[in-house]
Design a binder for this molecule. Structure first.
Ligand code: SAM
Length: 228
């Protein structure tokens, strides 16, 4: 029940959330590290779960960023699920991807806001789970700050960002990492002198840690109920 294949892992924010919830996560290919899901052919019957967030720029209002990230790779997520035949799955994307025709109709879908999961930001994401619905109770009060997005670094810090209620693009990398719930990843990026565009892009692409934790813990509860 605990061995999980992560598709489109990026720098692993969603993976970290599942690891903290007690799962053993194996990272699949990512273009960042030279792998391509389109030539990935994992074996059937090894993994209990599959998690992952296919690139969302094709659907996102933030627009396209990089080359093949413009491709719609949700069908690749579905292809790998069919090949691996896991016992459960979690897919994450922007809410604009809800209703995507390639997503099987028996996958449950729902929206979550980072703040409602105990995080810092206003980020909203769609999740799909199968064969159970992962139930998360929203936090009742308070106000989130703005969201870190992959395109944040392009926005500068001027009046435009203020007027549009965007998080400015000129904050320290540590601040974006803090908002995403992963200050230690921010420290590593700074320590290794990661370029600013890269650091903010990969942090902004990630699932905020509190949101990932809420989903991972909901999966834990669903698996425990299934086993009872
Ligand atoms: C939304 S991000 C995933 C973020 C991750 N879930 C996290 O929480 O940190 C999508 C990832 O898909 C990767 N990607 C894009 N095209 C790909 C491809 N053809 N094969 C594998 N990975 C790809 C991108 O490099 C990016 O890291």
């Amino acid at each position: 029940m605990r061995l999980v294949l992560s598709l489109f892992p990026g720098i692993g924010l969603l993976d970290k959330a599942f690891e903290q919830a007690g799962f053993c996560v194996v990272r699949g290919p990512d273009l960042l590290w030279g792998g391509d899901v389109r030539s990935f052919d994992p074996p059937r019957g090894i993994f209990d779960g599959i998690i992952g967030g296919p690139p969302c720029q094709k659907f996102s209002t933030a627009g396209a960023i990089l080359g093949s990230e413009r491709d719609d790779l949700i069908p690749e997520f579905v292809r790998v699920v069919e090949a691996v035949q896991p016992r459960w799955l979690v897919m994450e994307n922007v809410p604009q991807a809800l209703g995507h025709p390639a997503i099987p109709r028996d996958w449950f879908s729902f929206r979550l806001r980072d703040w409602d999961c105990g995080g810092h930001t206003a980020r909203v994401r769609a999740f799909w789970t199968w064969p159970f619905m992962a139930l998360v109770s929203p936090r009742a009060s308070g106000q989130p700050s703005q969201s870190v997005m992959a395109s944040t670094f392009k926005r500068g810090g001027g009046q435009y960002a203020t007027d549009k209620h965007f998080l400015p693009g000129n904050l320290p990398i540590a601040e974006y990492a803090r908002l995403q719930g992963v200050p230690e990843i921010g420290e590593r990026l700074v320590e290794h002198k990661a370029g600013r565009a890269f650091a903010v892009h990969v942090l902004g692409n990630g699932v905020p840690l509190a949101m990932g934790r809420a989903v991972a813990e909901a999966v834990n509860r669903a698996l425990q109920e299934e086993a009872a």
